[in-house]
Write a protein that binds this ligand. Structure first.
Ligand code: URA
Length: 200
């Protein structure tokens, strides 16, 4: 099976002993693939991506944006979780180790659009040296050259991670127009807008 070869026998990263959460895939070539960061405690317990607090906000936003979750595939940049203490070094190693698995899954799935949800998914799929979500969200972006195939070059967008929105943003006025992207209402509005746009 193309989806989720990683698991108990994968020893490619420091999360080797953690549990892998299978991607949520219902159909080939779905309208959209959402790519998150890594499963949390709840996701590992349930064995499904985005079922915890972030998932609740994501589901709410999907509904408001008029997107049925059944019509989208849900994957993570890192298959296993949770990441101990949200450790960036572990995350970095896991991202690198898990990227071939993510790309294999995406190519097999061939979604008609991709939305990177959060900085890590964006970094995993955008060309090296790209800016972050605050600068790039909502914009049509190039994918890294090793993601696409000659027959499959889907539109690619990025948006804020629900966990970032739930934390209330980063407190910086660092949007492209110098706007306060730390306002929770604005961040949520961006998530809605970006979901609707990527789903078109
Ligand atoms: N956050 C993610 O990025 N992915 C999940 O599956 C759950 C929470």
């Amino acid at each position: 099976q193309a989806f989720m070869a990683a698991g108990a026998d994968c020893t490619n990263c420091p999360l080797a002993r953690n549990r892998a959460v299978r991607s949520e895939v219902r159909q080939h070539a779905p309208a959209l693939a959402l790519i998150g960061e890594a499963p949390g405690k709840r996701e590992v317990m349930v064995g499904r991506p985005f079922v915890g607090k972030s998932g609740e906000l994501l589901n709410y936003a999907l509904k408001q944006a008029g997107v049925a979750r059944a019509d989208v595939a849900v994957l993570n940049a890192i298959a296993c979780g949770p990441i101990p203490s949200d450790n960036e070094i572990v995350k970095h190693a896991a991202m690198r180790a898990c990227r071939p698995r993510l790309l294999n899954e995406l190519r097999a799935l061939a979604p008609r659009g991709i939305l990177a949800v959060g900085a890590k998914a964006l970094a995993a799929l955008a060309p090296e040296g790209s800016s972050g979500v605050t600068a790039l969200r909502g914009a049509l972006l190039p994918l890294a050259p090793d993601v696409t195939t000659p027959d499959w070059v889907p539109p690619f967008f990025s948006t804020f991670h629900p966990a970032h929105i739930l934390r209330g943003g980063d407190g910086d006025n660092d949007g492209p127009e110098g706007e306060d992207t730390s306002s929770v209402d604005l961040l949520y509005y961006f998530l809605l807008f970006d979901l609707a746009k990527a789903y078109q």
